[in-house]
Design a protein around this ligand. Structure first.
Ligand code: ZN
Length: 403
């Protein structure tokens, strides 16, 4: 295998989460036990410092039919609205006929916020069902994988291009990045929203590692990839969404905007903390093993005392955690979820049944919160349960480090 970013063969194994099923496909009863397992291992490139998976599940398997909907959670939709307002007011307040392209546009949530601000929008989404939902909402959406070829068929330049999360997914990394450069107008702004590896390490949020996320970036490493394609980051800040997402603003390499002070500060923090060095990854792996021991001990102690434990949320990342910890229905009876597309399904690997929130007949003693990144929203919506003494156990605490 060669590095996905710089083609080097100097890749060192750093984190091994064992063989895991593809985490985004929740199973029907008939499918349980038949799901394939794939290695889930992070390797580190000693040349360009980018952390990445060494095994690729084919993108057609991964993204042809996923059931993740970004519009389901309020805080995510609010976040997307703020991004649309920020891009409009900061970069294009006077521009007539503004055009925006969203890569991996999901159910169109991000683009509806741009539409409200008068933009002409175009979505590109690979999942059939998700793309249909977007079209029904009135968001023009191409049901394809975005790459250099898609860029040439679109034939127009965009003032803004957004990509939330997708830079983790890219199998055709260089073709996609070329396509973005080609589709971005001369003064255009490419907004990359990505899980920030520095933050993932600080919070020990190892459940963010799964087969869809082929790459794990810090600003230094993302910047190396973009520069290879004539693009440069000129500003970035950390937003609390998904437990710590970096919002980076990118322009053509000969762009006019100077690098912001806060970007320089973020680069300096990466350098002084050592997060781009291999030792940081070995330490992270050790903390993951310790977390596994502690969580299992805590949950088994509750079960031994006769307590009932339900999972809160059935997020994709929860499956990394459940499979690596080996937590099945004998410990966690069910996963309580809002997304009705997962109704009646079972978690891949551990086969825990998913129950939709409104249909829940009982209350557990403990909720094991797999959707920990929505901590604030969850605690606020469940005040009544908290008052009745129901415990909300967060395996990962997004407040562990200051935002
Ligand atoms: Zn590399």
């Amino acid at each position: 295998m060669i590095c996905r970013v710089c083609d080097s063969t100097n890749l060192e194994p750093v984190i091994d989460l064992g063989d895991q099923p593809w985490c985004n496909h929740f199973l029907t009863k008939e499918e349980c036990g038949k799901e394939p397992f794939y290695p889930l291992r992070v390797v580190y490139c000693t040349d360009c410092s980018t952390a990445q998976l060494d095994y690729t599940v084919k993108k057609e398997i991964m993204f042809g039919n996923h059931t993740y909907l970004s519009g389901v959670t309020r805080s995510l939709s609010d976040h997307f609205r703020r991004i649309a307002v920020e891009v409009t007011e900061r970069f294009f307040p006077e521009t007539a006929d503004r055009r925006v392209l969203d890569i991996g546009s999901n159910d169109g949530t991000q683009l509806t916020h741009f539409q409200e601000l008068g933009w002409t929008v175009q979505g590109v989404e690979s999942s059939v069902r998700t793309a249909e939902i977007a079209v029904q909402k009135g968001v023009p959406t191409l049901n394809v994988f975005f790459n250099g070829e898609t860029a040439s068929t679109l034939r127009v330049k965009f003032d803004a291009i957004n990509a939330a999360g997708v830079f983790f997914h890219l199998e055709e990394l260089h073709s996609v990045t070329e396509g973005i450069r080609e589709s971005l107008s001369q003064d255009g702004v490419f907004v990359v929203q990505f899980l920030y590896m520095k933050r993932i390490m600080e919070n020990c949020a190892f459940d963010q590692i799964y087969h869809e996320h082929l790459l794990y970036y810090n600003l230094r490493t993302l910047s190396r990839l973009l520069e290879r394609h004539g693009l440069e980051i000129f500003d970035a800040y950390l937003a609390p969404i998904h437990g710590g997402s970096m919002i980076a603003f990118v322009q053509h390499g000969d762009g006019k905007r100077p690098r912001s002070e806060r970007l320089e500060k973020l680069y300096a923090e990466e350098d002084s903390s050592g997060v781009n060095g291999i030792d940081a990854y070995h330490q992270f792996a050790q903390r993951i093993r310790e977390m596994k021991e502690k969580n299992i001990a805590d949950l088994l102690q509750r079960r031994a005392a006769g307590k009932r434990i339900f999972g809160f949320g059935a997020p994709v990342k929860g499956n990394t955690l459940l499979n690596y910890f080996g937590l099945g229905p004998e410990v966690i009876e069910c996963l309580v979820e809002k997304n009705t597309l997962r109704h009646g399904l079972y978690s891949p690997g551990m086969h825990i049944p998913v129950v939709i929130e409104d249909e829940l007949p009982e209350t557990p003693d403990t909720y094991y919160v797999l959707a920990w990144n929505f901590k604030e929203e969850i605690l606020e919506n469940n005040k009544a349960l908290l008052d009745r003494g129901v415990e909300f156990y967060f395996p990962v605490d997004p407040d562990a480090t200051p935002r």
